[in-house]
Ligand binder design. Structure first.
Ligand SMILES: Cc1cc2nc3c(=O)[nH]c(=O)nc-3n(C[C@H](O)[C@H](O)[C@H](O)COP(=O)(O)O)c2cc1C
Length: 192
């Protein structure tokens, strides 16, 4: 966790491919954050498929993810939409860190939820899945205007988010996330 004026965020991209739009957007957001906010982007490529038999001796990558979630002030989760739902890669990772049920490192953890898709809907159906999932983990979803990033063929060029309006909406959601972190941690309510 951080002192009262700084924020440590953990970004989780829900796609593994090299040219992922989700990862590109997270990196663009990381570069645009205010000086007192830092974000580490955690790649989920080493996380194995969930297997409850492995709970007693969790794989190293799962332990690393667990520790990163525990240590951060808030999560920024960006999922593509696949077949009208959220990314299975992300769901699998959350399943690992969601134990023990209702009392895991995700409990009370503030989370900003974003989705991407080439379609104009921007992954709105994946948004609904993410909300449902983070309710089950007793996390604190940052409230505000939904950020479903559509038309990504134009909004993301050469691995960078170039649509200023989309960036503005994301930073407004990040502001909401910081407010949620302050509330969750009992920090003073002013900026910073
Ligand atoms: C298997 C598959 C299923 C997809 N299903 C949907 C879908 O249901 N709705 C949608 O809007 N986009 C869908 N897409 C498009 C992806 O959301 C889009 O390609 C997204 O950019 C992928 O994320 P990434 O760039 O971070 O890898 C699908 C893509 C794939 C590969």
């Amino acid at each position: 966790m951080s002192d009262s004026s700084t924020f440590k965020l953990l970004g989780l991209p829900g796609s593994l491919r090299k040219k992922s739009v989700s990862r590109a957007v997270l990196h663009s957001v990381k570069a645009a954050l205010p000086a007192n906010v830092e974000m580490t982007i955690f790649e989920l490529s080493e996380i194995p498929l969930y297997n409850e038999d492995l709970e007693a001796d969790r794989p190293a990558a799962v332990r690393a993810l667990h520790d990163a979630v525990a240590a951060c002030d808030g999560l920024v989760v960006l999922s593509p939409e696949y077949n009208h739902g959220m990314s299975g890669v992300l769901k699998n990772a959350v399943d690992w860190v969601s134990r023990p049920g209702y009392n895991s490192v995700l409990k009370d953890k503030p989370v900003a939820v974003l989705t991407t898709s080439e379609s104009p809907l921007g992954g709105a159906r994946a948004q609904a899945d993410l909300h449902k999932m983070f309710l089950s983990t007793v996390s604190r979803i940052a409230p505000g205007r939904e950020v479903s990033i559509g038309g990504t063929g134009k909004a993301v060029v050469d691995g960078k988010l170039v649509d200023d309006n989309v960036m503005k909406r994301i930073l407004t959601l990040i502001d909401s996330l910081l407010r949620e972190i302050r509330l969750a941690q009992g920090r003073p309510h002013g900026r910073g």
